[in-house]
Design a protein around this ligand. Structure first.
Ligand code: DX5
Ligand code: ZN
Length: 219
């Protein structure tokens, strides 16, 4: 059976004290650290890149779950692997040769994930499903923290878990965007198991927020 993992998104951390915020989330029980890289082209926002990942790598031994919201990811994937990514997630919409990109990530000894925007159908994964360690379903349109969960995505999560089960696959389903303590149980029951949350973890008392999420995950 797949395990539930909490992956706090540092996009909503205080960048002036990023190392401390990551350590707080780590010690409070975060399983992964979700790292949102935005290029101002694939999404209408810019966040941070390789040098930042390299320097925060020494703040935590947790799994670095790197979500690339960038165009032409292939040319930079080796640098993200070198910087300390444990999982690299690319967007299907940004990859002209998705199969090749997945092979490239694996050739570097890193786990490979593919993200789908809310409007992108699951069928784009039909011929790569067995090659993936994780599928990230965006539950908001990517680019910003603090948006509201799109209700139609619950059915998408359920359908994907069903497809995976039919194929006998235990692939992780990560969901990202608008996840809070009120909808967490619902998305887990639909079949998500890697839960990203940014603003609801890093806004306010980080340790207390992690504890609240983990308590709901343990129910
Ligand atoms: C959005 C990012 C998310 C974001 C989630 O493009 O991929 O990871 O940080 O933030 P919340 O949890 O605030 O919706
Ligand atoms: Zn993300």
């Amino acid at each position: 059976m797949y395990e539930l993992k909490l992956s706090p998104s540092i996009l909503s951390a205080d960048f002036g004290r990023l190392g401390e915020d990551i350590k707080t989330a780590d010690q409070a029980g975060a399983d992964y650290i979700h790292i949102d890289v935005m290029d101002g082209a694939f999404v209408p926002n810019i966040s941070f890149g390789i040098p930042v990942i390299k320097s925060i790598r020494k703040c935590s031994d947790k799994v670095f779950d790197v979500h690339l919201m960038i165009e032409h990811p292939d040319q930079l994937i080796p640098e993200f692997a070198k910087a300390g990514a444990d999982i690299i997630v690319v967007h299907a919409e940004a990859c002209k040769h998705l199969h090749r990109t997945i092979q490239l990530i694996h050739s570097l000894g890193v786990k490979a994930g593919v993200a789908l925007n809310p409007a992108t159908p699951l069928s784009v994964l039909d011929y790569v499903l067995e090659d993936l360690d994780m599928i990230l379903l965006m539950t908001v349109n990517p680019g910003f923290g603090g948006q509201s969960y799109i209700p139609a995505m619950t059915e998408k999560i359920r359908t994907l878990r069903h497809i995976l089960e039919e194929k006998g696959l235990q692939t992780d389903i990560e969901i990202d965007g608008g996840v809070d303590t009120k909808n967490l149980r619902m998305v887990i029951e639909a079949g998500a198991n890697v839960l990203v949350s940014g603003s609801k973890i890093f806004g306010g008392d980080i340790a207390e927020n992690v504890h609240q999420f983990k308590a709901i995950m343990a129910e």
